[in-house]
Design a protein around this ligand. Structure first.
Ligand code: 6PG
Length: 479
């Protein structure tokens, strides 16, 4: 019998996706560049469902029912192009190639256009949830044509995480829409983690608490509005003791954060779209700063900080401080999501994707790394009409209004104590800038006009104007 779907690329994510498909009753053809991985998958998990192991791409393609559904799960970039180039000549009109890796959406757009010209479908599908998600139910964000989703969607919806009976998978939109949304998901993942890390840092310094004590605070937060996978595993990581040294695990890890690129792509793309994603940008830059140990050592030796006394939170204020940090974390998180949603909205308009933003919150409720209770609220916020910003949707407006004084106290404390909180601080600055009556952008326009005759608009009448700055009477002309 021919297999219903094939998976090529059997490193941990591909392997687990293949097993997930088989466990859900689909017959899965397997292919890997070296057949050892194919063999070990069948040897170890062959009893989980129907696998059809193959050695060559020709054999793999021949093992699939038509239209063929071929999932490729290889490294983003050149390796993905190499597999596609080898695969395409073996396929027939109407076949579907599905890239489940973390591809850049621009690559996905290019590949989709190429394959479409040859009568093939190309689906860039974001898959989130790490190894465990791939096996037990990820969040899946497929782009590509409607026709391809008609045949692929039911399979993906079956293997995806389910929340309240709803699968965490929906057709995001044409060509690169799926990978774009996955990219923003990852950017938000960066922001979420940076904010959690800042909360940890503030509490650890302010309270002088041990990681194990902080683990309890995060575990408690996980039962409230902040309830999410990342808060849950923060409690786990902080509570973990290193076996070799007996020290808190977090204290033996080198404090230099790495990144594979999706956060950076989110920021680069946001710059082009003109969308301020300051939360994601600060998170990405904070990782970059951490990864410059020599510069940090030089600065540590040269640059003074505040006095010791300024850093401690008095005993009687400890509970209030913990609560303030929780509220500041929540408010900052709302800002990061609001910005990420603005970016998806802008891209949807730019590329004509018509992304249903509420549905993105629905499919992020389970399976993915940023899964969180409050995504239900985002889904609700987009249920009727699109809010000008998530921040002004009633639920979030009230939540942030409730937390804003706490937020200001926390940012002020951080500044006084010398604790770096780029995420909290820039989120608050964004909030204040967005709600300002007048922005100093007016002065910037004046300066631009002064040195470059770049012109400005007036508040009292239409048109573009230029002041003749070099003339004695500085008269104004219409530009
Ligand atoms: C997911 C994750 C996944 C990957 C990150 C890690 O949604 O399952 O986002 O895709 O773990 O991309 O990214 P960094 O290495 O850049 O932190």
């Amino acid at each position: 019998d021919l297999a219903q779907i094939g998976v090529s690329g059997l490193a941990v994510m591909g392997r687990n996706l293949a097993r997930n498909l088989a466990r859900n009753g689909f017959s899965v053809a397997l292919h890997n560049r070296t057949s050892a991985k194919t063999k070990s998958l069948v040897a170890e998990h062959g009893d989980e469902g129907t696998f059809v192991p193959t050695e060559t791409l020709e054999e793999f393609v021949a093992a699939l029912e038509r239209p063929r559904r071929v999932v490729i799960m290889v490294k983003a970039g050149a390796p993905t192009d190499a597999v596609i180039d080898e695969l395409v000549p073996l396929l027939d009109e109407g076949d579907i190639v599905i890239d489940c890796g973390n591809a850049h959406y621009a690559d996905t757009r290019r590949r989709e256009a190429d394959l479409r010209e040859r009568g093939l479908h190309f689906v860039g599908a974001g898959v989130s949830g790490g190894e465990e998600g791939a096996l037990l139910g990820p969040s899946i964000m497929p782009g590509g044509s409607k026709e391809s989703y008609a045949t692929l969607g039911p399979m993906f919806e079956k293997i995806a995480a389910q929340v309240d009976g709803t699968p965490c998978c929906v057709h995001v939109g044409p060509d690169g829409a799926g990978h774009f949304v996955k990219m923003v998901h990852n950017g938000i993942e960066y922001a979420d983690m940076q904010l959690i890390a800042e909360a940890y840092d503030l509490l650890r310094d302010g309270l002088g608490a041990t990681p194990a004590e902080l683990a309890e605070i995060f575990a408690e937060w996980n039962s409230g509005d902040l309830s999410s996978f990342l808060i849950e595993i923060t409690a786990e990581v902080l509570g973990h003791t290193d076996a070799a040294t007996g020290s808190p695990f977090v204290d033996v890890v080198v404090d230099e954060a790495e990144q594979k690129g999706t956060g950076r792509w989110t920021v680069q793309t946001a710059l082009d779209l003109g969308v301020p994603v300051t939360g994601i940008a600060e998170a990405t830059f904070a990782r970059a700063l951490s990864a410059h140990p020599d510069q940090r050592a030089a600065a540590r030796a040269a640059l003074p900080g505040p006095s010791e006394a300024a850093q401690k939170v008095p005993a009687e204020e400890r509970d209030a401080f913990v609560d303030d940090v929780r509220k500041a974390l929540y408010a900052s998180k709302v800002v990061a999501y609001a910005q990420g949603y603005d970016q998806m909205a802008a891209a949807s308009t730019e590329y004509g994707w018509d992304i249903d933003l509420g549905a993105m919150a629905t499919i992020w409720r389970g399976g993915c790394i940023i899964r969180a209770r409050f995504l239900d609220r985002i889904k609700d916020a987009y249920a009727t009409e699109r809010p000008a910003s998530l921040l002004v949707a009633p639920y979030f407006r009230d939540a942030v209004a409730d937390g804003q004084q706490a937020w200001r106290r926390v940012v002020a404390h951080a500044a006084r104590a010398g604790i770096p909180t780029p995420g909290f601080s820039s989120a608050l600055a964004y909030y204040d800038a967005l709600r300002a009556d007048r922005l100093p952008a007016a002065l910037i326009q004046g300066l631009r006009d002064y040195f470059g005759a770049h012109t400005y608009r007036r508040t009292d009448r239409d048109g573009s104007f230029h002041t003749l700055w070099a003339t004695p009477d500085r008269s104004e002309v219409e530009a």
